[in-house]
Design a protein around this ligand. Structure first.
Ligand SMILES: Cc1ncc(COP(=O)(O)O)c(C=O)c1O
Length: 373
């Protein structure tokens, strides 16, 4: 088979399975799809704050001109890292260009041959890819199942790292972080928590909220979701920061983020610090959605911004998403192989800026389509 035939055959098999991925440009439908939970990405106030901040640094170049270890480092980036570490009540943090890069850099460099990494079976692709790049043994445990985690901890060799998400990206539910932290400590393992979908929705994230800072070895905090911009940090000790600077290849071998990205992150944090009302508004919208969907058995009941409606099968899930889009709502289907076969779903993201009417109308249309009275 030639490379060209190989491409065509792989794409055709995706088409037969109903899982062919296509890029779509942004639309004018009502947003129940984006990760802009607090509306920061569309915030005029934030945009003005970023522009004003950039005016203060007229001599910093547009482009960073190199990796952080060569020409690309600035006092601005280092001060930003101190600000973020302080916000999260940690010793230090290190910026990465994305959450994907952060997970890849941390998890490929930290566990060594002979070590064990145990992750929740629903962990994000960037967590799995990072572990795969390490030479450690990788095991998954059943989603949020402490008993199964304990079995894996008992069988672990070498240094053992347990990786979970505080809020799961495709299921919207939470890890039982306090219980996991206790178990991990009992087995002398260390805990790594990805807070991508918790920052902002739960203010500083669930690790801070549950006062687990000292029980968590490293946190991955990403800025492309509630913070409305782009990039990520790994939060932890000073030693961890220095280790990553020396060994995390996705940090070392890439051009540093430009000033505009760093200013966006800094101003995003400033805005977050004064956004309790918006965070409360989001919680009100989440509660409203949950109460309206209370009689729909397939619907999740998470207190986070990500809700799911399990449909099963790529075609039926796409069909329902298309009906909702035609009714004016931007709801996207999540298909296998992104999620396990049989659990294909709609992923409904709630935002502080979704109005009561929008949420009520969406739930009405869903119920009509599912024949729920
Ligand atoms: C749990 C989780 N971790 C990491 C990432 C990657 O973050 P980023 O989009 O900044 O690369 C995502 C988002 O896609 C995510 O959902």
């Amino acid at each position: 088979m030639t490379p060209q035939q190989f491409l065509q055959q792989k794409l055709q098999s995706r088409q037969y399975a109903g899982s062919y991925r296509k890029l779509q440009v942004q639309n004018n439908l009502i947003d129940f799809c984006s990760n802009d939970y607090l509306g920061f990405a569309r915030s005029l106030e934030l945009s003005e704050m970023i522009n004003a901040e950039l005016q203060n640094y007229p001599t910093i170049l547009n482009g960073s001109t190199g990796s952080r270890l060569l020409a690309g480092n600035t006092i601005y980036a280092e001060d930003l890292e101190k600000l973020i570490a302080g916000f999260h009540d940690a010793q230090a943090c290190l910026l990465f260009n994305s959450g994907y890069d952060a997970n890849l850099g941390l998890l490929s460099s930290l566990p060594q041959r002979g070590d064990t990494v145990i992750h929740d079976e629903l962990a994000h692709a960037s967590i799995i890819d990072g572990i795969r790049l390490s030479h450690a043994k990788r095991h998954s445990f059943l989603h949020n199942n402490l008993h199964n985690l304990e079995q894996k901890l008992k069988a672990a060799h070498g240094n053992c790292y347990v990786v979970v998400e505080s809020v799961y990206s495709m299921d919207g539910d939470f890890a039982p972080l306090t219980a996991i932290a206790q178990l991990v400590k009992q087995y002398n393992a260390v805990l790594i928590v990805d807070e991508a979908h918790a920052l902002g929705v739960f203010n500083k994230g669930l690790v801070n909220q549950l006062q687990l800072q000292s029980a968590v070895f490293a946190r991955i905090i990403t800025f492309g979701k509630a913070l409305g911009c782009h990039g990520a940090v790994v939060v932890g000790s000073n030693d961890l920061r220095q280790y990553l600077i020396n060994f995390a290849r996705s940090f070392i071998y890439t051009t540093a983020a430009p000033i505009h990205q760093l200013a966006s992150i800094k101003m995003g944090y400033h805005l977050l610090a004064q956004s309790q009302l918006i965070i409360d508004e989001l919680q009100i919208k989440i509660e409203l959605y949950k109460s309206l969907m209370g009689d729909v058995p397939q619907s999740s009941k998470s207190s986070g911004a990500v809700q799911t409606l399990i449909i099963g099968g790529n075609q039926p899930t796409k069909h329902l998403a298309s009906n909702l889009q035609q009714a004016g709502f931007d709801v996207r289907p999540i298909l296998s192989p992104t999620v396990a076969e049989g659990t294909e779903r709609l992923r409904i993201c709630l935002h502080a800026h979704n109005s009561t009417e929008e949420i009520t109308q969406l739930t009405n249309v869903i119920k009509i389509n599912l024949h729920v009275k």
